[in-house]
Design a protein around this ligand. Structure first.
Ligand SMILES: NC(=O)c1ccc[n+]([C@@H]2O[C@H](COP(=O)([O-])OP(=O)(O)OC[C@H]3O[C@@H](n4cnc5c(N)ncnc54)[C@H](O)[C@@H]3O)[C@@H](O)[C@H]2O)c1
Length: 430
């Protein structure tokens, strides 16, 4: 890699910021990272990675000499012209994006004509224009602005940074946009260089489309359950059509995590704020909510109508495998609903237990899958960590009190489960 690449700053060192920082360091840049979380910065300075993300720890270690961490903005402003913003934009109670962290960053910028904010955080369309207006009102009109939405996925974030499907750069055709394009050039990804509003919309529309695909296939799976078709076969047949494609056609417990739910609501609200009623997204969101709750109906049907006094083991708690992120995880809804119906919840996750404990205070946490299953009337596979595919189903059958296995992700081999004398039910599978 070239030794002297443009130095950059990254503001917000969470899932996106830390991966982006390590990725740019890998490409040869000095990276000046800023976060307001003192404990996080102290941990990063000690070489500890505060999140579970495959390959990230190695990438940070390898590029340690080029990565600088601080709670202060000044060193970042001194050393870098491009300031990548990766602060959180969680949903507010109304479903709009909470931009308070973004505004805090904007307000902290000095007047300058050699700096640019490069927005990695997912923001509503029009945010860039509002920030440029704010810069003007604050006598910082020389500060440049670039939209560069992020598409990495937790669990494969390092690979996604190094091998992106596309790089989207929304700017006004100035030095800052050119510099961002230059930074990403070694990755040789298709480039979409466009205006700021369109770049902002690419991110929201992409996530809304993915969510729509998931809700669609979940509805197909539910109709398969009623009609005797097998959704795995149906999805295979559909996915071979190149206009449809095979990815994101796996039914399950719906989409979850820190991005899809908030971005779908954010786009729906954004449209609503302009007076446009985005009807399709209303249905996508409703289908997604009901999908998690269908598991409760399946449990009731198999366990004699009531869950009072039953014990249910949840396998996998993080919102997807290979991450410890619990934001909007299906396990949270399931645990709450099960407890409301009178069931006891036993739970296990290979990495998310610490985070889950504070969010599921009445669940009993187990140290292994087989420990969680012990004495359970039913097992629900919530997150398809690979270790669950290889479970010894004979051992599961002897550890359980009951014999019901609900596969919320269609990740298990039904025959292996049934051969152990267990009852298997997936999503839309015959
Ligand atoms: N997580 C993903 O998979 C993903 C993927 C694509 C896009 N995004 C978007 O990227 C953004 C960041 O997401 P994330 O998951 O990395 O969030 P995160 O919560 O993991 O990290 C945000 C970080 O920003 C820090 N922060 C908050 N205010 C700050 C400030 N004023 N100055 C400096 N640091 C500040 C926080 O302390 C935290 O460390 C969001 O807009 C999200 O929608 C996330």
């Amino acid at each position: 890699m070239p030794a002297s690449r443009e130095p950059v700053a990254v503001i917000g060192t969470g899932y996106v910021g830390l991966v982006t920082a390590a990725g740019f360091a890998e490409l040869g840049s000095e990276v000046w990272c800023v976060d307001i979380d003192e404990a996080k910065v102290a941990a990063l300075e000690r070489g500890e990675i505060p999140i579970f993300e495959p390959g990230l720890s190695e990438l940070v270690d390898k590029n340690r000499s080029r990565l600088h961490f601080s709670t202060e903005l000044a060193p970042a402003l001194d050393h870098a012209g491009l300031l990548f913003v990766a602060v959180g934009t969680p949903p507010t109670y109304s479903g709009d994006a909470d931009l308070s962290a973004v505004h805090a960053v904007v307000d902290a910028m000095p007047a300058s004509d050699r700096h640019a904010l490069v927005m990695k955080s997912t923001v509503p369309v029009g945010t860039g224009a509002a920030i440029q207006r704010a810069f003007g009102e604050q006598d910082k009109a020389g500060f440049r602005y670039v939209s560069c939405p992020e598409f990495l996925r937790e669990g494969t974030a390092v690979q996604d940074f190094l091998h992106p499907d596309r790089v989207v750069v929304g700017d006004e055709g100035d030095w800052a946009g050119d510099a961002v394009v230059e930074l990403y050039a070694p990755l040789q990804a298709p480039l979409v260089r466009t205006d700021i509003r369109s770049a902002e919309m690419v991110k929201l529309a992409s996530n809304a489309f993915l969510a729509t695909k998931i809700s669609f296939v979940n509805e197909i799976a539910n109709v398969c359950e009623e009609t005797g078709a097998d959704v795995t076969e149906v999805a295979r047949g559909m996915g071979l059509d190149p206009r449809i494609g095979p990815r994101f056609l796996g039914p399950g417990l719906g989409y979850s995590g820190s991005c899809l739910p908030k971005d779908v609501s954010g786009l729906k609200q954004l449209a609503g704020n302009t007076g446009y009623h985005f009807q399709l997204l209303t249905a996508v969101i409703e289908v997604n909510e009901l999908q998690k709750r269908r598991v409760i109906g399946k449990l009731e049907r198999h366990l004699g109508g009531s869950l009072v006094g039953k014990t249910v083991a949840l396998l996998g708690l993080s919102f997807k495998p290979d991450t410890d992120d619990m934001r909007e995880a299906a396990s949270l809804v399931l645990a709450a609903r099960l407890q409301a119906e009178g069931a006891a919840v036993r739970a296990y996750d290979p990495v998310a237990e610490e985070e889950a404990r504070s969010l599921m205070p009445t669940a009993v946490f187990a140290a292994s899958a087989i420990d969680a299953i012990h004495g359970a009337d039913a097992v629900v596979l919530v997150t398809e960590w690979s270790e669950f595919r290889d479970l010894d189903w004979e051992a599961v059958a002897s550890a359980m009190k009951g014999n019901l296995v609900i596969d919320g992700r269609n990740a298990l081999d039904p025959r292996a489960v049934r051969d152990a004398g267990l009852q298997y039910e997936g999503v839309g599978r015959r």
